[in-house]
Design a protein around this ligand. Structure first.
Ligand SMILES: NC(=O)c1ccc[n+]([C@@H]2O[C@H](COP(=O)([O-])OP(=O)(O)OC[C@H]3O[C@@H](n4cnc5c(N)ncnc54)[C@H](O)[C@@H]3O)[C@@H](O)[C@H]2O)c1
Length: 382
């Protein structure tokens, strides 16, 4: 047996929506016969692609075997056959789009960040609460296999007392004059909602708070290292948004987290994002794909030695955690959980409230940078 559920997918031709939400998530869910519900039926998404460019939408819909597309968001929101609205457009447009969808009575699911400003992110979360709809936000890193295992280690008590956390994130983004840039140009223009802090702090917020502990205060230095880039049309532009951030966060329990995130750094580490946790009983380091551990009694003796070239291979003493489940794309896993939450009422804690905390962390990081000081993070009152 199969049930169907309509989903409006706005920003369909964008990089993330097309690749992660359509090609890696919703299209394979449809191809595989839908999401299996607890009563044994399958839930098949009916998709309505929305965007600005009719030709691009039609071509994408044809390519993916999707029947419906539209350039009229209001008409889509008025269509009762589509109870879910997904927003994957540029960050600047998100809060307003979400408010429109909530007003139209839709359940909403969206990319991060949920707004440019914390006040708007909290307003959207409150509107969703008042409307009684289900809401969710992409927190894909939590289901990336390496980070998922890091979370399991924390839950299992592997670390003992957690002392510190290190996040090393991002990679060199081509400027656009010699190699084609791998990210859209709006990411590097402040007026268009770009910037490393707004883009990545919401990810680091849920990674740190979900896996380790709440953030209590922080100090952050942003930087705009590269001031000229070339856009999609090959034209130079002033890239005036922050393209790196260097932050220290104090977490509940005296844990210290360092976050280094840069689009101006060349990768020589295991993955695009690495998160390391050191605790009294053991340490672990995860990338998106893999996670390595070093328990207390397997810790090699490290000491200064300038006499031998490399007395210890510090990489070889780590144990790679095994794969125990077949790989499923992180975006798809979260979509499946959200669709179950909508039709079965199951809990979905990765929601607009939590995501507003991520936007707040970004805003406080910017404040810390501009004012050159530590800032406190308001704690949630339960
Ligand atoms: N979860 C993640 O790992 C992750 C990674 C990268 C980006 N993102 C987020 O995804 C969102 C989209 O980023 P992207 O890299 O796909 O950007 P993109 O530029 O590739 O796509 C943006 C989409 O918005 C549409 N759009 C732009 N201006 C519009 C307007 N005025 N009216 C209507 N539609 C408009 C574009 O046509 C395009 O479809 C951003 O909010 C970004 O922060 C998330």
């Amino acid at each position: 047996m199969a049930d169907r559920i309509g989903i409006i997918v706005n920003g369909a031709t964008g990089r993330m929506t097309k690749n992660q939400h359509l090609i890696n998530s919703l299209v394979p869910i449809r191809r595989d016969g839908g999401v299996k519900l607890s009563n044994g039926t399958h839930l098949i998404p009916d998709l309505l692609l929305v965007g600005r460019n009719a030709d691009a939408l039609e071509a994408l819909a044809d390519h993916l075997g999707i029947e419906k597309w539209s350039t009229d968001l209001d008409a889509a929101l008025a269509d009762q056959q589509y109870p879910i609205y997904f927003d994957g457009v540029t960050t600047k447009l998100r809060a307003n789009n979400l408010l429109r969808a909530i007003k139209a009575g839709k359940h909403v699911y969206c990319e991060k960040p949920t707004a440019e400003k914390a006040a708007d992110a909290f307003a959207v979360a409150n509107a969703a609460k008042a409307a009684g709809i289900r809401h969710g936000v992409v927190q894909d890193k939590l289901w990336a296999p390496g980070m998922f295992k890091l979370g399991q280690l924390a839950k299992s008590g592997f670390f003992g007392k957690i002392l510190s956390v290190r996040i090393d994130g991002c990679y060199w983004v081509f400027e656009g004059d010699l190699q084609r840039p791998q990210r859209p140009s709006w990411n590097y223009r402040a007026k268009d909602g770009g910037g490393m802090i707004l883009d990545m702090m919401p990810h680091y917020h849920y990674m740190i708070e979900d896996i380790v502990a709440p953030v209590e205060r922080l100090v952050c230095l942003g930087a705009n290292h590269i001031e000229t880039r070339w856009d999609e049309a090959g034209q130079p532009y002033r890239s005036d948004a922050d393209d790196a951030c260097y932050a220290i966060l104090q977490l509940k329990g005296g844990i210290v987290a360092q976050v280094m995130s840069s689009w101006c750094i060349r990768v020589r580490r295991d993955d695009i994002i690495n998160m390391a946790i050191d605790g009294t009983n053991g340490s672990a380091i995860a990338g998106l794909k893999n996670c390595w551990i070093q328990p207390r009694l397997a810790t090699p003796k490290a000491q200064w030695s300038l006499d031998a070239a490399a007395p210890v291979d510090f990489y070889s003493d780590w144990q790679l955690l095994p794969e125990t489940d077949p790989y499923v794309n992180a975006f798809r896993l979260e979509w499946e959980l959200f669709l179950r939450a909508v039709v079965e009422g199951s809990p979905f804690p990765w929601n607009l409230d939590v995501a507003a905390g991520g936007v707040q962390l970004a805003e406080l990081s910017e404040q810390s940078w501009h004012e050159g000081r530590w800032v406190d993070v308001p704690q949630k009152t339960m």
